[in-house]
Ligand binder design. Structure first.
Ligand SMILES: Cc1cc2nc3c(=O)[nH]c(=O)nc-3n(C[C@H](O)[C@H](O)[C@H](O)COP(=O)(O)OP(=O)(O)OC[C@H]3O[C@@H](n4cnc5c(N)ncnc54)[C@H](O)[C@@H]3O)c2cc1C
Length: 611
């Protein structure tokens, strides 16, 4: 395929000795957003840029292989893994908080699913600033197009599986690729058609058209190599286009941003394996310091730098630069439940998803085919289809009451005790907007994603109402991981919504054409029907995360607890911005990577425009 343009190749510094004393821009975190922004800022070769990344360059097969989805998730050398605060709402379970810790960040370990939220999601973000904000579907669409290079599915797949797609929602110049495999599991056709048996479910023209419904979507796979397409190969790798103005220093943990008065002037860092400050160094930024350490670590770095809730900083002994109550508040992720799970006891389809796990002959044949011409089952990453549905389809009898009860809550009632007034006001604004989304046909609350096997059951709750926190460790702000508290199910609306998901999912299996496959419920079991029993089961199995953390440095007006403004500049200081998933004020009705790349593209334009 044509390489659309020259990709960056930063000089990768061998230790901190090659550092310049000063750069125009320093980017903290060489992940999904950080490498995208760094590439764009160095394109004209005028500005000097340093990327500081805690992980290292890793190109093992755990990163590149796409067959079966994320392998990095199971390779501890590629990720951080923090234990969350025990979750009172989840039988006191502690949850693994996992993200990419390599050059390329989470884009190098994620599940490769490429999904855009609904139009209303991005319009909602702008609405917090008023009617003229260009944070909107219309304002972001050019950046979605710039961020992604779409490759349509093969014609034979399109006709075999009735796939709808429309390239007009996509671009074709980026080196971040979105593509389809050369084959799909046969049962998916029936499973996708079954969604249409449910009243109200539509099939939009494309997964990226910003609508709800059932659809097929691509994966972040480069179709030319059938390897993972992610921020590092897309925005960093190309040796032919060396950019002398662009340095990358890997294996370094940023401890904090240092200020001269209110101006962010330098970044303090240590080798990633350091356990104290004795080897700390610092490097200066002339124009701007850009935070891109992800939604878990960006708030840690801000707080450790003196930008955060003043009480938290006081308890941690960190001198205050600016009281920013929103830093680390408003933490959100998408709860995930592997169930209800059904087994199709009459299953005339072969092959299926489980052949790639259990059938050694099949796996070997697939491997031979893949080695021959890079086609076949090994081109299948993880999920490529499912449904993203509004509450009124899921809960036809109760959606109005759920939305009404949610809207009438006191916004402070379920936030942590002592939450700042501005953060409460921000939640009040979100509450109004989310209640509207709950009533809208065009905002998805529920997602069922299909794998194409004789067993299915993967449900994601797209717009939880509970809000968590990410705080520095008060006794060791710099070297201990931050304290991550999902506060799962702290808002009772989440349980109300989730209690509707189980009967709805049962309807999908038992009251559509899928009943011809004699589905039998494996988990939690057909006898678990009383709300109290479903609740007990949910509390024991639900994971409050789909690895989509956001919101901890939210782009919201300051009086609504915002941390960054519409230009992504941190309030109350100068020369400091945030460009990663932390800035999303609330979740899109989809997974997050597609949106992170689009935000980063827009961020790069914003930064360049103030150069
Ligand atoms: C296992 C997993 C599966 C996922 N699956 C999907 C999926 O299928 N589809 C989808 O759309 N989304 C998925 N996501 C989410 C998506 O990948 C993320 O939303 C997105 O990549 C986040 O980008 P980011 O730039 O905010 O952060 P990241 O890409 O995580 O980048 C942050 C970078 O900062 C570095 N860093 C952190 N702290 C420091 C420090 N102190 N000093 C220096 N560097 C630091 C990190 O090492 C990392 O490289 C998944 C994520 C994970 C982890």
């Amino acid at each position: 395929h044509p390489t659309a343009r020259s990709i960056a190749r930063s000089t990768i510094l061998d230790g901190a000795d090659g550092l310049l004393p000063e750069y125009d821009y320093i980017i903290i975190g060489g992940g999904t957003s950080g490498l995208t922004v760094a590439d764009r800022l160095t394109e004209n070769r005028k500005h000097s840029v340093l990327v500081l990344e805690r992980g290292i360059f890793q190109n093992s097969s755990s990163v590149t292989t796409i067959s079966g989805g994320s392998r990095g998730l199971f390779d501890p050398s590629l990720t951080f893994n923090i234990n969350s605060v025990p979750q009172a709402g989840l039988d006191n379970r502690s949850i693994a908080v996992i993200g990419g810790l390599i050059l390329g960040g989470s884009s190098g370990v994620n599940g490769l699913q490429v999904l855009r939220g609904q139009r209303e999601d991005y319009d909602r973000w702008g609405s917090y600033f008023g009617p003229n904000s260009d944070w909107s579907w219309k304002g972001l669409l050019p950046y979605f197009k710039k961020a992604w290079n779409f490759h349509p599915p093969r014609p034979e797949l399109v006709s075999q599986f009735d796939i709808k797609y429309d390239p007009s929602y996509w671009g074709n110049t980026s080196d971040v690729h979105a593509s389809f495999p050369t084959t799909f599991w046969p049962v998916l056709k029936l499973e996708m058609a079954a969604f249409g048996d449910i009243p109200g479910v539509e099939y939009p023209p494309d997964s990226a058209s910003g609508e709800t419904g059932a659809y097929w979507h691509p994966a972040s796979v480069d179709p030319a190599t059938v390897l993972r397409s992610f921020a590092r190969p897309a925005h960093w790798d190309n040796i032919e286009a060396a950019r002398p103005n662009y340095h990358t220093l890997t294996g370094q943990r940023v401890l904090k941003v240092a200020f001269d008065g209110n101006r962010a002037t330098s970044v303090v860092f240590v080798p990633a394996n350091a356990t104290d400050h004795s080897t700390a160094r610092s490097v200066k930024a002339k124009k701007e310091i850009v935070l891109a350490a992800g939604a878990i670590h960006t708030p840690q770095i801000l707080q450790a730098s003196g930008v955060g809730p003043k009480q938290v900083l006081k308890e941690a002994g960190v001198p205050l630069v600016v009281d920013a109550p929103g830093v680390g508040s408003n933490f959100q992720d998408q709860p995930y439940v592997v169930a209800p799970t059904f087994n199709f006891t009459k299953f005339p389809f072969h092959p299926d998803f489980y052949d790639m796990i259990l059938n050694q002959t099949f796996i070997a044949e697939a491997q031979a085919q893949f080695e021959k011409d890079r086609t076949g089952p090994h081109t299948i990453a993880s999920g490529y289809c499912g449904s993203w549905l509004p509450l009124q389809i899921i809960a036809p009898n109760s959606w109005k009451d759920i939305a009404r009860r949610y809207e009438s809550q006191d916004p402070a009632a379920y936030l942590p005790a002592g939450t700042d007034e501005t953060v409460i006001e921000g939640y009040r604004a979100q509450q109004k907007a989310l209640a509207r989304s709950m009533r809208s046909k065009q905002s998805a609350m529920y997602n069922f994603f299909l794998r194409g096997g004789y067993e299915e059951g993967s449900v994601v709750y797209l717009h939880p109402t509970s809000r968590g926190t990410v705080r520095i460790n008060r006794s060791d702000p710099f070297f201990s991981p931050p304290e991550v508290d999902y506060r799962a199910l702290s808002n009772p609306t989440d349980l109300e919504v989730l209690l509707e998901f189980t009967p709805f999912t049962r309807r999908y299996f038992l009251e559509t054409r899928l009943k011809s496959l004699d589905p039998v419920e494996l988990s939690p079991g057909a006898n678990v029907t009383a709300p109290a029993d479903i609740e007990a089961w949910l509390r024991s199995v639900m994971i409050p995360s789909s690895f989509h953390p956001i919101g901890t440095a939210a782009m919201l007006p300051r009086h609504l607890g915002g941390v960054v403004d519409e230009n992504l500049l941190v309030y109350g200081v100068e020369g400091l911005s945030v460009v990663d998933a932390s800035v999303m004020p609330d979740l899109p009705g989809s997974y997050t990577q597609q949106t992170v790349y689009a935000i980063a593209e827009k961020a790069a334009d914003l930064i360049k425009s103030r150069a």
